[in-house]
Design a protein around this ligand. Structure first.
Ligand SMILES: Cc1cc2nc3c(=O)[nH]c(=O)nc-3n(C[C@H](O)[C@H](O)[C@H](O)COP(=O)(O)OP(=O)(O)OC[C@H]3O[C@@H](n4cnc5c(N)ncnc54)[C@H](O)[C@@H]3O)c2cc1C
Length: 457
């Protein structure tokens, strides 16, 4: 069996490794456009802000490791098209068009930054933060006291802003929405993040649409904003055009079933380029490394089981639950020095937009006993429906955020009701965890709020 993987990033490489773990003999070939081995895109902001010393430190695989795993990584290959009828990929290598036959194909070409509709933007010297080359170029211009504008206050935008402030630049973050992190935080939590960013020295301009750009200035309807460095972080688009042109069904991203199979039975797709079902929401592209990695096991299982079945009975349908993805929560986390921001599930606004009777509660707590010198502030928002089902959680805190948000993800996906979180047996030790676990406190207060609303009905 020969598996060809398009794209040697997070989704492609993890799929290759999972396949190799389960099958010692299949042929695995990755075709990758750049000259890089797999690296961690999620670590790019850490190199820019200086927390990780060098780009060398975020390379995940050496040439030897590919060899040891018997995975062939062919670099500098630009995929051009797929002939799904003939099981063939056409790609450009050193100026020549070459092709490769496959039994199974995994399409994992990631995403590309969106250039917003701003007059003259294409003539400005702007930067992105999507891949290693982008980050290397950006690092060259992060100079003390220079003015930098970051356009777009999503996760990548705020990470870029933090990196710039750590490089002692004059940083302005411009966002067209009325809040930061619109997709993951409600406005009341976003305000708390904003306070933190302002305290670091980042200027934040919201509700502002940039309509025109020149070499050193951006213009909105009423204002202009000077810059030395311009970073565009206004969103990513799934890199799905090659799939679309090859007869693979694409909506916003590539359409896959719960086993990451496209409409072509021996073509799978994963990572930023696919759209998947979200809990309480429609299908959308959930561009997270965590999801890309988790898809690898499901794809590997399906390819190997399909291959065995095909050899025996030509049956492509396998519905084992371990081979199928559940709707995703989109759980995400970012760390800006001492500020950690995480969220999972729906925001209150998203839940209400989905016509759910949803309620939210915010509390402020402490990560250890309040009197402990290392205790950090933590702000928690829980969102639940009128039946006390947890729908979402948002946390901003100084430490221990990931464990709490993962607990909330478990509660949402397993439909664990608020009372179980409220009366959970939690650990206590003044130097490690407070006597009142903030998640439990927040859950108790939200139960009370919903009780009052339900009894008034
Ligand atoms: C700055 C930053 C920070 C992030 N932080 C986090 C985080 O903290 N947590 C998290 O979960 N996610 C994070 N993400 C998102 C995460 O990195 C992506 O979701 C993940 O890398 C997607 O994996 P992928 O394989 O789909 O795309 P990629 O890893 O980008 O891989 C796609 C590969 O395809 C190659 N390619 C593209 N076009 C072609 C072509 N025509 N021919 C051949 N090869 C091609 C590319 O060169 C690339 O190697 C972050 C992303 C960025 C940019």
């Amino acid at each position: 069996m020969k598996v060809v993987i398009l794209g040697g990033g997070s989704a492609g490489t993890s799929a290759a490794l999972e396949l190799r773990k389960r099958d010692k003999d299949c042929e695995i070939l990755i075709l990758e456009k750049t000259s890089y081995n797999e690296y961690s895109p999620c670590s790019l902001p850490y190199v820019l802000c200086g927390e990780i010393k060098d780009f060398e430190n975020i390379m995940l695989f050496t040439d030897d490791e590919y060899l040891q795993n018997n995975i062939i990584l062919k670099k500098n290959c630009n995929i051009k098209s797929i002939e799904t009828n003939n099981n063939k990929v056409i790609y450009e290598f050193e100026g020549n068009d070459l092709n490769e036959q496959y039994d199974y194909l995994i399409y994992a070409l990631g995403s590309i930054p969106i250039l917003p509709p701003i007059e003259n933007i294409e003539n400005t010297n702007h930067y992105f933060l999507r891949n290693l080359d982008d980050a290397k170029k950006l690092k060259e211009v992060l100079h003390e006291n220079k003015k930098i504008i970051i356009l777009g206050a999503g996760l990548i935008g705020i990470e870029a802003a933090y990196a710039a402030i750590k490089n002692k630049m004059q940083v302005t973050l411009i966002e067209r929405e009325n809040q930061l992190l619109k997709n993951t935080l409600d406005s009341d939590m976003s305000i708390k993040l904003e306070e933190n960013l302002k305290n670091l020295g980042i200027s934040i301009i919201k509700n502002t649409i940039i309509i025109k750009a020149d070499e050193n200035k951006l213009y909105s309807e009423n204002n202009s904003y000077e810059y030395d460095v311009l970073v565009i972080a206004t969103g990513l688009s799934p890199n799905a055009n090659i799939a679309k042109d090859s007869g693979i069904n694409v909506n916003h991203g590539i359409i896959v079933d719960s086993s990451y199979r496209t409409n072509i039975p021996n073509v799978f797709a994963s990572g930023d380029c696919v759209e998947i079902e979200r809990m309480n929401n429609n299908a959308d592209c959930v561009m997270l490394g965590s999801i890309a990695y988790q898809s690898a096991r499901i794809i590997a299982n399906n390819i190997l089981e399909n291959n065995n079945n095909t050899n025996n009975s030509d049956n492509y349908n396998n519905n084992k639950s371990s081979n199928n993805r559940k709707p995703v929560l989109g759980a995400s986390i970012a760390k800006l020095g001492n500020i950690i921001i995480a969220s999972t599930g729906s925001t209150l606004e998203q839940a209400k937009n989905s016509r759910i009777n949803a309620y939210g509660m915010i509390i402020e707590g402490s990560t250890r006993s309040g009197y402990h010198p290392d205790a950090k502030r933590i702000i928690i928002k829980l969102i639940a429906d009128s039946d006390y089902n947890l729908l979402g959680a948002q946390i901003i805190g100084g430490e221990d955020v990931s464990g709490r948000i993962n607990l909330c993800s478990l509660a949402i996906s397993e439909k664990i009701k608020l009372d179980k979180l409220a009366f959970l047996e939690t650990v206590y030790n003044p130097g490690s965890a407070p006597i009142n676990e903030p998640i439990s406190t927040c859950a108790k207060m939200l139960i009370r709020k919903i009780d009052v609303i339900n009894s008034a009905k």
